[in-house]
Design a binder for this molecule. Sequence first.
Ligand code: AMP
Ligand code: GLY
Length: 356
Amino acid sequence: MNILLLGADARTHCLAWKLNQSKNVDRLYSFPGNPGIFSVSERTDIQDDSFESIYLFCMRKDIDVVVPGPEKYLVEGIYDYLNSKGINVFGPSEEAAKLEGSKAYAKEFMKKYDIPTADFRVFDDYKKMKEYLKKADYPLVIKADGLAAGKGVKVCYEYGEAKSHIKRFKDILSIDGVRGRFVIEEFMLGKEASLLLFVDGENFSQMIYTRDHKRALDNDKGENTGGMGAISNPFINDSIKEYIYQNIVKNTIRGIKEEELEYKGVIYIGIMLDDFKARVVEYNVRFGDPETQVILPLMKNDLGEVIQKTIDKKLDAVELNWYKDEAVCVVLASKGYPAQYEKNKAITIDAEKISS
Ligand code: AMP
Ligand code: GLY
């Protein structure tokens, strides 16, 4: 099988590293890639990010499966575009990708399929939302209904904060992909965990639990980010795991089937845990970053084979096996991240310091 991997982030590097070890992969190409990714895969001559350029490359190089790392390609509909031309994509259709691309769609899906989550309201009217926020109980969470590169979600502790956040509406609405709808939801206190599943539309295989740490600075201080690090197998007691399996995992898969969503890839379930409950915070329709960096090094299976079985709708024939070790990932970021920071900056680390 020949694979084209899309992405330029650390998660995509990890996917390339794992696929490079696969007995099922003949040629592994990546675009746009980065120096780390190119150390374990081949560069392409693709000139731009358009689906057409990607398709033409796939035709020239006999690509069997395109594997997108970040959500952008999936939310923009690469699955539908390439499938209609006979090329497989490891991921969801554009409709199914709304589970990540639209907060309101995801919350309505959870409600319809009895998936535990925070109470919520959807607003598309500024005035009505402001009135609601005046009388609401705090803290609460305001979420812009679209991909907003992490800038659309804000936990607000009092009305003044909510008011000044929604005043930024005009700015927020100018971020690409953000529509004029907002979800306001109950604040959930607890610890987060990420659970990723391979799904083929019929069957699923559950990966190990992970936890990412979102605050930018040490000791859980600073802004929320996409994740500054991750650990494998955070402690979660067995009865909560069973609850998650029965209520969250099974109902999510049931929802995908009953909505007839085309989905051959990974679904990422972000879960908030307290001592008694587990509720869904969000869905993502791809591998997590930095969760992938602690999942794949612990996975014994050949990722190329798992991808092939997912595409063939034969995930029921796959048993995932895991090394008994644990893994940790620490993200190094340019000073000021995630607000204002220097880009294209080389960050050097002292390998000896890390190993000691
Ligand atoms: P989301 O994009 O919906 O995952 O939100 C980004 C991050 O905001 C989550 O990973 C949580 O850390 C936090 N968050 C989102 N919704 C809630 C909530 N209802 N209660 C507490 N924290 C939340
Ligand atoms: N670590 C959060 C994400 O991948 O969206």
